[in-house]
Design a protein around this ligand. Structure first.
Ligand SMILES: Nc1nc2c(c(=O)[nH]1)N[C@H]1C(S)=C(S)[C@@H](COP(=O)(O)O)O[C@H]1N2
Ligand SMILES: [Mo]
Length: 219
């Protein structure tokens, strides 16, 4: 049974009209930058390029993305398959463990959740080993990889993602330090246990939450 709300739509519309006339919240102070900037970070406007010294340049005809390991239905996409998937926009801030942050990056790509739904992770799958074409690797908990806003990014600020920033396709997991966002994405391998990637094996944190300053160490 649906009971009539005590203040109906007309009352709510009237309230909003009053707020609009009064300019409610317009004069509220914007959130201070520090509330958007995690501890120890410095804001920059440019976008540094960080890699292991090589920038792969895959021909799109040979390009493949593989999702395997503990999945019921392994996925292998060609570039044309990527273009056929659901795409979404997501604006987020970059936080690099090296201490710089960059606000308001407009990404477009395939939601990671969509990709995982194709692969159907087995119940025992808990982590994902991510590999880039340059041999780079990183490891994420499946829950972090499947977070709202996590994308397989094809575009940045309405332009195809440049090769230097990981094009044609990179991972973007905005709530973790940027080293978890593998460039030149090649493979996602689901497992039941954590394994070190490139930076994790060199002392970087297994999770990397910038708000908790999870830069180094394993706990
Ligand atoms: N394949 C690959 N992905 C990678 C890296 C890399 O060297 N290779 N570097 C990581 C690190 S440490 C950071 S800070 C970001 C840098 O991304 P950018 O060059 O687009 O700023 O990519 C991450 N993903
Ligand atoms: Mo980084």
């Amino acid at each position: 049974m649906i009971s009539a709300p005590r203040d109906g739509p007309a009352t709510r519309i009237a309230a909003k009209e009053t707020w609009a006339k009064a300019g409610r919240l317009i004069d509220a102070a914007p959130a201070p930058v520090s509330r958007r900037l995690p501890p120890g970070q410095t804001l920059r406007r440019d976008w540094p390029v960080l890699d292991l010294g090589t920038q792969p340049n895959p021909g799109l005809s040979d390009w493949r993305l593989v999702v395997g390991g503990m999945v019921a239905r392994p996925v292998q996409w060609r570039w044309a398959d990527v273009l056929r998937q659901t795409s979404a926009d997501s604006t987020s801030d970059i936080h690099c463990v090296a201490g710089w942050s960059r606000f308001d990056n407009e990404w477009r790509g395939v939601p990671v959740r969509w990709l995982l739904a194709q692969g159907r992770p087995k119940p025992a799958a808990r982590f994902a080993l991510i590999k880039g074409l340059d041999g780079y690797g990183t490891c994420l908990a499946l829950g972090d990889l499947a977070a709202e806003g996590a994308l397989l990014a094809t575009h940045w600020q309405d332009e195809p993602l440049s090769r230097s920033h990981g094009g044609p396709l990179r991972l973007v997991v905005p709530h973790l330090y940027f080293w978890k966002s593998a460039k030149w994405l090649r493979q996602i391998w689901l497992t039941d246990r954590y394994a070190h990637g490139t930076w994790e094996s060199r002392g970087y944190h297994h999770r990397g939450d910038p708000w908790q300053q999870q830069r180094y160490g394993r706990s």
